[in-house]
Design a protein around this ligand. Structure first.
Ligand code: RIB
Ligand code: CA
Length: 313
């Protein structure tokens, strides 16, 4: 029985790969995509989500746009340097064939969650603004979700500051609100996603896939140039795909139930996630924190599923 999922995202190159992985996997039934401002502005993340659905020939999957900005403070920047001004630089994808549905992302998620109480997993792989607004505005619908699988956080070094990971950094108040919600929240942070890599050889192989190859390889090669600049290695981190992969194969990650606190101050550590793995601060556990990853299990799943999707188109 496939798990019904909604993917809330900010495409974003790794978001795009994550969406393709979800669409390629029979273990998941992608009910909808919702978009949020993050890597690039909402108009771009929305158009990019629709571009990816066109690429996968999934006109049946609705896409609804959500929040245009974080809950409280607008951050001094985004990730357009990493993903390009469009958010999908290198993909070469044409403008989308359709627009988003008229429904707001929060209303679409609420409607679907209430129609299938206790069944739908919400995969949140961008800033958590939509998720926090859903929890605040539609608590009964938020509680009807089976759980929230979040790509976010960092316990041993961030990517937007020495402490903060981008999705949490972009809207720390939203992340803290979700962590206070009492929902079944799993955090897949940089500590594991930085091990979830594809390399140049993988990308060369992906480039040969029918239908998907040029766009997938093109955006990953664009994404890789920043990784080479920052890390000096020809690799690309598949942050968002790892969160999706955990929904497909729960053996990929191991996690620990613990208390996680977000620094919502305006100081240098804003957006930091304080992961109390050992319970020394005494806070009630409010999330599962991903600690280990079976890298080869993840890599073979991602590469195999992208190839299967390409062959099906
Ligand atoms: O820190 C990685 C996260 O930030 C990923 O979701 C990536 O898409 C960016 O949004
Ligand atoms: Ca993302």
């Amino acid at each position: 029985m496939a798990t019904p999922v909604i993917i809330d995202c900010d495409p974003g190159i790794d978001d795009a790969i994550a969406i393709l992985l979800a669409l390629a996997s029979p273990e998941l039934d992608v009910l909808a995509i919702t978009t949020v401002a993050g890597n690039v502005p909402l108009a771009n993340t929305t158009a990019n989500g629709l571009r990816v659905l066109d690429l996968a020939r999934r006109a049946d999957v609705p896409l609804a746009a959500g929040a245009t900005r974080p809950l409280v403070h607008v951050p001094a920047g985004d990730s357009s340097e990493t993903h390009g001004e469009t958010g999908l630089d290198g993909s070469g994808l044409p403008d989308p064939s359709r627009g988003p549905v008229a429904e707001h992302a929060i209303d679409l998620i609420a409607r679907l969650a209430l129609a299938q109480p206790g069944e739908i997993m919400l995969a949140a792989v961008g800033p958590l603004t939509n998720v926090a607004l859903l929890a605040a505005l539609r608590p009964e619908a938020f509680a009807a979700l089976r759980g929230v699988m979040v790509m976010g956080g960092a316990a041993s070094g961030g990517n937007m500051s020495p402490y903060a990971e981008f999705n949490v950094w972009f809207d720390p108040e939203a992340a803290e609100r979700v962590l206070q919600s009492g929902q079944n929240v799993t955090l897949v942070g940089l500590d594991v996603t930085r091990q979830a890599i594809l390399n140049a050889t993988d990308i060369d192989a992906l480039a040969l896939l029918p239908q998907l190859g040029p766009a997938v390889a093109g955006m990953l090669r664009f994404y890789m140039r920043k990784h080479v600049h920052w890390y000096g290695e020809e690799i690309v981190y598949q942050h968002d795909s790892l969160a999706i992969a955990q929904l497909i194969d729960p053996a990929i990650l191991s996690s620990r139930h613990c208390h996680v606190l977000v620094d919502t101050g305006l100081g240098p550590a804003r957006g930091a996630t304080l992961v109390d793995r050992l319970g020394v601060y005494g806070g009630t556990p409010n999330a599962r924190w991903a600690e280990t990853v079976d890298v080869e299990r993840f890599r073979s799943l991602l590469l195999q599923r992208l190839a299967a999707l390409a062959a099906s188109l």
